[in-house]
Design a protein. Structure first.
Lengths: 381, 372
């Protein structure tokens, strides 16, 4: 066991730190984005040939960890493009598709959204019904998507459609991946207000939407593989851990300022132990992440074990926000804009926005199914 | 960056598992636990020949010269089998001797401990159950060229079988650690059956025990720090056993969920069964990460060790307490029988939870260390 960085890794970390010292706090977000793009830190894990940074696994970890530690703004602004579309394009895209889309994703020219979930296909995504029928050199799409994050502002969607019925033996067959401009005739977006009061996601309706053949990503019927296997090499979640460490520090700060029944809240053993337990689970996540990273560094692919940290994160996302409101006590319910609200309702936003990560990335119950079936070998549901 | 086991560590782990497979299946464990001394002396002799008690002892003194991570790997495996033996006690006493002993003390005691020819233990706590120097009430009075020890140490692991004790006692200028032999006048030590029959614990009475100056292992000036470190090493040792035992309880339950059929299905198909099994898996893997890191820190990053150790013990204590109970519940009535093995893990979880500090103790310590 050895938790040290090599001299090359240390040099890279110093380079990152020096950059952050010079550029944080950010005054002009566009300026920041231009600079990190110049450094090739946007799409840092992608091959250099497509304009990525070609960073090694350790460099990626170091960069993300340092960024999160300093609460730097994101690397790149095309969130869904960087997370989902780019990796799929790199693996399955034609040369023309790569040239058309990847530079724009890296430059953050516009937003992408992901058309996956449907009213009848959430956790059971493969049962999706949105349909595309071939008509000459175009597909004609009819159907509906829902919970589509960023749909109200996105210019493009990566869309999963059914091009042929699912078979008994292959539920994931017959699904095709299309790249669709949101301005296409027949696309209608109806924003949904979430419980935090923001409109981040939407319903999207498709009526006779025509998509040219050259906007199909991968082969017909390959859509499941295209979107899932591009993400197969899961990350070891180290940057998420750093973000949780920062949040816990803020929660401890809140604890220091809080009063319970006239006494400093930190005199209450339950408050102290709850904070210590958060710290312990976060450290457990960090160490789990390092064990997974070690596996990756040895060239072994990661599989379902990443569900371990997803479950921890889900628990912490919910519990930390909830505990913050508990510390605020009677002042917790004052809405963000009211003069009595603590820190302008910052913790309310945390306590009301966990579903984005907790449900968005596959619900905890689905993660438990994954562990039970794929790792423990229990019979499938 | 490498948070994985080395070739040598994997070999050690494999060898330990192979020995336990051959000699320590649960029927043998039950038989051994029922023996008068609480373990099988034959198996202990073999363990001594394999050098497990001497993992931390330098090679020049008949030991293996390895680190605490190696100890953790061995204890994870013995915990998985619920092996009854004075291994943890002897390893902890050997650690204290290695780190603090004079040359004569080390040469005099460590070879026999390393080979398992002698059993030793640490006697640090008393009835008030306060961990640390403030919990040491036994007195050490200066008396010419030595001390007179007076008091009672409680919750002493393997007090009945140990012939050498590392004893915490309070001198006029602070807490010191002494080496006390079983045969000395005024020493009375015995252990008692526990609900977990694979473990033994008891008391050490010291009634006017005269010890010479060369029985001082750690002087009062550094006694508090040595005591804390020994408690930390003990916490990691027990937590490593807990990870192994929790793993075994989980594996037993997963196997049962695959084979037991109700409503025409394996019960492992039902989410009411599979989800708790998935949660257990998450907790065991996370406890393992925390324990391995704490074991590494004890050797390689002593300044970090207190926080890491407390996290490992707190988390493992909570997780195993839950897993011990859930393993029984998921089995149904069969899990409640004496004949079935699930209950053995539940009992181990009750034994292990308070050893070297429970979750509350360690969470309090983490909060304190974090400046809260």
């Amino acid at each position: 066991m050895d938790f040290d960085l090599t001299p090359e890794e240390l040099a890279f970390r110093d380079e990152v730190r020096a950059f952050l010292d010079e550029n944080l706090p950010v005054r002009d977000l566009r300026e920041w984005t231009r600079k990190v793009r110049e450094k090739r830190w946007v799409g840092f894990s992608w091959p250099k040939e497509v304009g990525g940074g070609g960073g090694t696994l350790m460099q990626q970890v170091i960069l993300k960890e340092e960024m999160a530690r300093r609460k730097a703004p994101p690397l790149g602004t095309c969130f869904m493009g960087l997370a989902w579309v780019g990796p799929a394009l790199i693996q399955y895209g034609t040369e023309a598709q790569k040239q058309r889309f990847i530079p724009d994703i890296l430059d953050g020219k516009y937003q992408w959204c992901t058309g996956y979930s449907e009213p009848g296909a959430g956790s059971d995504l493969a049962s999706l019904q949105c349909r595309a029928v071939r008509d000459g050199d175009t597909y004609v799409v009819d159907g509906q998507k829902i919970w589509t994050s960023l749909a109200p502002i996105a210019e493009w969607m990566i869309l999963l459609v059914r091009t042929s019925p699912a078979s008994e033996t292959n539920k994931h067959g017959g699904i095709t991946c299309l790249l669709v401009p949101m301005k296409s005739p027949g696309v209608e977006v109806r924003p949904i207000t979430n419980m935090a009061g923001t409109q981040l996601f939407a319903e999207v309706f498709f009526t006779q939407v025509r998509v040219p053949l050259d906007q199909r990503l991968g082969d017909e019927g390959q859509g499941w593989e295209v979107t899932v296997s591009a993400l197969a090499n899961e990350r070891s979640s180290i940057s998420e851990v750093e973000a949780l460490v920062r949040r816990l520090e803020e929660l401890e700060e809140l604890g220091r300022r809080s009063v319970k029944a006239g006494e400093p809240a930190l005199r209450d053993p339950r408050v102290r132990r709850t904070l210590a337990r958060f710290e312990t689970v976060i450290e457990g996540m960090r160490l789990n992440g390092l064990r997974f990273l070690t596996k990756q560094l040895k060239g072994e692919p990661l599989s379902s074990e990443t569900s371990i940290n997803k479950l921890h994160r889900a628990e912490l996302e919910v519990a930390m926000g909830d505990f913050a409101l508990e510390l605020e006590g009677l002042a917790a319910p004052y809405a963000g804009k009211s003069p009595e609200a603590i820190e302008e309702g910052k913790w309310q936003r945390t306590a009301l926005s966990w579903p984005e990560t907790v449900i968005g990335g596959g619900t905890p119950n689905i993660q438990k199914n994954i562990i039970a079936e794929r790792i423990l070998g229990l019979p499938k549901d | 960056m490498n948070f994985g086991l080395s070739e040598e560590q994997l070999l050690l782990q494999g060898a330990v598992r192979a020995f336990l497979d051959a000699h320590c299946a649960l029927p043998e464990v039950r038989r051994a636990a029922a023996m008068p001394q609480g373990y099988d002396p034959q198996v202990w002799r073999q363990i001594g020949e394999l050098g497990w008690p001497g993992l931390l002892v330098p090679e020049a003194l008949s030991g293996a010269g390895l680190g605490f991570i190696d100890v953790a790997l061995v204890l994870e495996a013995t915990g998985q089998r619920l092996l009854p033996s004075p291994l943890v006690s002897t390893v902890l006493a050997a650690l204290a001797l290695r780190e603090h002993g004079t040359q004569a003390q080390r040469a005099g005691h460590l070879p026999a401990l390393a080979r398992g020819e002698r059993i030793a233990t640490v006697a640090l706590l008393e009835r008030e159950q306060r961990l640390g120097p403030e919990g040491v009430g036994a007195r050490a009075e200066r008396d010419g060229a030595g001390f007179v020890l007076e008091g009672e140490k409680a919750f002493v692991h393997d007090a009945g079988s140990a012939s050498l004790f590392v004893v915490a006692a309070r001198a006029s200028d602070g807490v010191a650690l002494f080496l006390v032999e079983r045969g000395q006048a005024g020493v009375e030590a015995s252990d008692f059956p526990m609900i977990d029959t694979t473990k033994r614990m008891g008391t050490l009475r010291l009634s006017g025990v005269r010890v010479p100056d060369d029985a001082v292992l750690v002087a009062p000036s550094s006694g508090a720090a040595a005591l804390e470190r020994l408690l930390d090493a003990g916490a990691v040792a027990v937590a490593a056993e807990m990870v192994g035992a929790a793993h075994a309880a989980h594996a037993l339950t997963v196997e049962y969920a695959k084979t037991r059929k109700q409503f025409g299905e394996s019960i492992g198909r039902f989410q009411g069964v599979k989800h708790p099994l998935a949660e257990m898996y998450v907790q065991i893997e996370t406890a393992r990460s925390l324990v391995y890191y704490a074991a590494w820190a004890l050797d390689a990053a002593p300044a970090e060790a207190p926080r890491s150790v407390s996290m490992a013990k707190a988390y493992a204590s909570e997780a195993f307490a839950r897993i011990g109970i859930d393993a029984i519940q998921l089995h149904g009535a069969i899990g409640y029988t004496d004949e079935y093995d699930a209950q053995l893990y539940l009992k181990r979880s009750k034994w292990a939870r308070p050893q070297f500090g429970d979750a509350d103790y360690h969470y309090d310590r983490i909060a304190r260390l974090g400046g809260l």
